[in-house]
Write a protein that binds this ligand. Structure first.
Ligand code: FAD
Length: 320
């Protein structure tokens, strides 16, 4: 028996969330006396796989068919299902992302497995297999008992820190059986925001709201983000007004982020915005209105004018 973990990559590098998922899978394997197998799909930079072994994988399967270099939930679900069958995996762990949301559902159908998404803690194995899941966009938790023989878990980002093992896992070539039908959907072009830190992957996010008054004032957000190596985000009205691109819109109807630090500047803290940020580890709010609802969700708050506070904060970070 084994626990299989899918290693999602981006531009040839292993995603941090995939290492969290590997550590998570290794903990389940430890508790159940099984081994942790990682499946990596597509070309990846040399040396990138070392971190997968160090995060707890006992073995790495690597599928390198050129057609798999463009991520697709259809072909990837087939590869992961075949790897799960080969390794007799009872549990498959995926780090939650747009791609794995789509893979998880396909995989559940292929393996006839139960699927629990948005898992936030290690499963309770004392009496069955129970997982705690975040529901209602992070407003509540549900404990779900999984009774199927095979189980698929998508875990939220930033809820699990892998223990560094220092081990190097052996890499085994994996050749799945793939038909042309797996590649029926072809990606013909990609538009990338170059040079920016990905909002969903960032450790720190600096986000601006309507309190910034206009796009011409975004320099103070960008300077702080640059000093902190952070990604930039914004509230919905800001992207609706065209002050910032839509891919920066954070919230219920935008991107959901879970960084270690979320800094909200001139954002009121409406429930729809909070729905996208409430998994952040630490929230800092800067708002000139002491009654702004965001302060209730904040770990730290500064009541002050963004145009006064931000330049001083940036200077302090640069000097540190
Ligand atoms: P405002 O509400 O105008 O708040 C601006 C804030 O800036 C105020 O708190 C003010 O005190 C402060 N401020 C003003 N000047 C300064 C200054 N100089 N220095 C410091 N602070 C200052 N919103 C989202 O963000 N994401 C979503 O995904 C989303 N989805 C939605 C879905 C639905 C169905 C609906 C109905 C709404 C949704 N909204 C969403 C909109 C949401 O309800 C709020 O209207 C929005 O979040 C408010 O944006 P804001 O805080 O930037 O602006």
């Amino acid at each position: 028996m084994s626990v299989l973990v899918f290693i999602e990559t981006a531009e040839g590098a292993v995603k941090k969330s995939a290492l969290e998922a590997t550590g998570y899978a290794a903990e389940i394997a430890k508790k159940t006396g099984s081994t942790t197998i990682a499946i990596v799909i597509g070309t990846i930079d040399a040396g990138e796989l070392d971190s997968v072994g160090k995060s707890g994988a006992n073995k790495i399967l690597h599928a390198t068919d050129d057609r798999l270099n463009v991520p697709s939930s259809q072909s990837y679900a087939t590869v992961i299902a075949q790897a799960a069958e080969k390794e007799n995996a009872e549990v498959v762990v995926l780090a939650k992302s747009a791609l794995t949301d789509a893979i998880g559902a396909r995989l559940a159908a292929k393996l006839k497995a139960g699927l629990a998404s948005n898992v936030t803690e290690l499963p309770d194995l004392s009496n069955g297999f129970k997982v705690k899941r975040s529901i209602y966009t992070g407003k509540a938790f549900a404990v779900t008992e999984m009774k199927s023989a095979k189980k698929i878990l998508t875990i939220k980002k930033n809820v699990f820190t892998p223990e560094e093992t220092g081990s190097v896992a052996p890499i085994e070539a994996f050749t799945p059986t793939l038909s042309e039908a797996e590649f029926a959907i072809k990606v013909t072009g990609e538009e990338k925001a170059s040079g920016e830190i990905s909002l969903t992957e960032a450790d720190i996010v600096v986000s601006g709201g309507r309190g910034l008054k206009g796009p011409e004032n975004w320099g103070i957000i960008e300077e702080l983000a640059h000093a902190l190596h952070a990604a930039t985000g914004c509230s919905k009205p800001v992207s609706d007004l065209g002050w910032r691109p839509h891919h920066e819109h954070v919230g219920q109807t935008g991107i959901k982020v879970s960084p270690n630090l979320y800094i909200a500047v001139g954002i009121s803290g409406a429930i729809q915005h909070l729905a996208g940020v409430n998994s952040s580890k630490v929230i800092v709010v800067i708002n000139k209105d002491p009654e702004a609802p965001f302060f209730k969700a904040a770990d730290y708050g500064i009541v002050g004018d963004a145009f006064d506070v931000l330049p001083r904060l940036t200077k302090a970070v640069q000097a540190a």
